[in-house]
Ligand binder design. Structure first.
Ligand SMILES: Cc1cc2nc3c(=O)[nH]c(=O)nc-3n(C[C@H](O)[C@H](O)[C@H](O)COP(=O)(O)OP(=O)(O)OC[C@H]3O[C@@H](n4cnc5c(N)ncnc54)[C@H](O)[C@@H]3O)c2cc1C
Length: 458
């Protein structure tokens, strides 16, 4: 080990290689519940060639490496294990090009999502990826986790926005595939393997992202309905009558909504009455009376048909933000409701109602003191469940109960956050033995010495 550190110290200055007390806490923990750990060193490259050089040395020594972006991950994949060197992309940030003809941008992997979003807005375009961690998460991390967020129902996951990638492989080879065209059927689409691979197959250094036109107006409504069946009927109606243009469809059960409006000081409940289910609907389109009427008429018709019980249309951006604060309120309460176990799962929309009823019923029977809060993107089949534990020792039992049920309904144990370290033991509930074996073969081919993000995913 000392030999390797000596070698790295001979080659890189003390801004590029951090050791001992120079390793700050930010390299030791992400936002997951996986305990923090100090790596043996931190490498902070500034160019792809430097990434390649560093990885080549680590490969030669069989030294395990963990790649870090903004450390906002929720699956613990970027937290170093004690024997690992961190490779942080924090000094590889910046926008290289916004190509307004091809409608795409090229960015360095360490660029924050927010910086990329703002840069394209200024050029009249829209980067159709948004998540609560936008200020800290990086484009490289978004690609590695195939991040989702609130706009998936219209624009798809990160995978749908990536046109090209530059990646450094475990042995230091640079694969530059900075494709800008949408149609490109020239053999295997290699970039897809790296997207969502959680850093296990290569280090993403540059990304070409597809851009969309910036639409002039966002229409937002907070609605109330009687049950999940009606919320799903409303989703189908909204998609049909708004010509497939719904860009967010967030459902909040009373168990979540009531807790947030009662416990987060700056959040006001805009409804005077309580309802079983709330829906936050967002649509983007032209700013004219035709589109405005279309949005209002769709809501009136849903109210008339009894699909909705109430609906409030945001009259300003401020009001829209206030509606979103309720949906994002989980971030305000999460630390105060500990111990809590948070699930990020997908369930086919068709089975969602029965899934929720069965989980609630089983929890009541087997662990009657736990409190379940439900919310989710739903329009894209993603459900979030936060179970407040009466005893931290119940974590494993609650996890097993929920994940077994996900498996039973052919859902996914991770909708958008990834498997990382946290969900490894449940992977077989969502993927077959043959799929997992093939994934391991791919990993072995890309990284025969198993140096990149060892022990993540499986
Ligand atoms: C408040 C909050 C809200 C969130 N909301 C959402 C949401 O709505 N949807 C969603 O999908 N996620 C969400 N997340 C999770 C998180 O923000 C995403 O997973 C994000 O994509 C992680 O990016 P990062 O740069 O922070 O990656 P990190 O946490 O640093 O790393 C995550 C994984 O990516 C790998 N990695 C990072 N950079 C690279 C790279 N350049 N090359 C190869 N591998 C790399 C790491 O090794 C690790 O496996 C949220 C997190 C928080 C804290």
């Amino acid at each position: 080990m000392n030999g390797l550190l000596d070698r790295l110290q001979n080659q890189f200055d003390n801004k590029t290689l951090l050791i001992g007390e120079n390793i700050g806490e930010k390299y030791c923990a992400d936002w997951s519940e996986v305990p923090a750990q100090k790596p043996i060193a931190v490498l902070r490259p500034t160019t792809t060639e430097q990434v390649s050089e560093m990885i080549r040395i680590c490969y030669e020594w069989g030294q395990p490496v963990v790649t870090q972006g903004g450390m906002t991950g929720l699956a613990g994949a970027a937290i170093p294990r004690g024997d690992e060197i961190v490779l942080s992309l924090e000094r590889m940030a910046g926008i290289e090009e916004i190509d307004t003809d091809s409608m795409c941008m090229t960015v360095l992997a360490g660029t924050s999502l927010e910086l990329a979003q703002e840069a394209v807005l200024a050029e009249g375009f829209y980067l159709a990826l948004d998540l609560g961690a936008r200020g800290s998460c990086t484009i490289g991390g978004n690609v590695a986790t195939n991040a989702g967020g609130s706009q998936v129902v219209r624009y798809g996951m990160t995978r749908n926005l990536v046109l090209g990638l530059e990646v450094v492989l475990a042995d230091g080879r640079i694969i530059s595939s900075l494709n800008k065209v949408i149609k490109n059927n020239t053999g295997y689409d290699l970039k897809q393997l790296f997207i969502g691979s959680e850093g296990t197959l290569g280090i993403v250094t540059r990304v070409v992202l597809k851009l969309h036109p910036r639409l002039p107006r966002t229409y937002t409504a907070l609605c109330a309905t009687a049950d999940l069946g009606r919320a799903i009927a409303f989703f189908k109606q909204a998609q049909t009558e708004l010509a497939g243009g719904v860009c967010a469809f967030e459902v909040m059960w009373a168990s979540y909504y009531d807790f947030i409006v009662q416990h987060v000081e700056h959040i006001k409940n805009p409804f005077e009455q309580a309802y079983p289910i709330y829906v936050l609907l967002q649509y983007q389109g032209a700013d004219n009376s035709v589109i405005n009427n279309m949005f209002e008429e769709m809501l009136f018709s849903a109210l008339e048909k009894g699909v909705l019980r109430n609906a409030l249309i945001a009259q300003s951006n401020r009001e829209a933000d206030a509606f979103w604060q309720i949906r994002d309120g989980i971030g305000d309460v999460i630390s105060s409701i500990s111990p809590v176990v948070a699930f990020d799962i997908s369930i086919p929309i068709k089975s969602m109602q029965v899934f929720v009823a069965e989980v609630e019923q089983q929890l009541k029977q087997e662990l009657p003191d736990e409190r379940c809060m439900l919310f989710g993107h739903i329009g894209d089949s993603n459900l979030h469940l936060a179970v407040r534990l009466s005893d931290a020792n119940h974590r494993a039992a609650v996890s097993a109960l929920v994940y077994q049920k996900v498996g039973q309904y052919q859902g996914s144990i991770s909708a958008e956050h990834g498997i990382g370290m946290l969900k490894k033991k449940y992977l077989s509930l969502s993927r077959s033995a043959e799929e997992i074996a093939l994934m391991k073969e791919i990993k072995q081919m890309f990284d025969p010495k198993q140096i990149l993000n060892r022990g993540r995913i499986f």
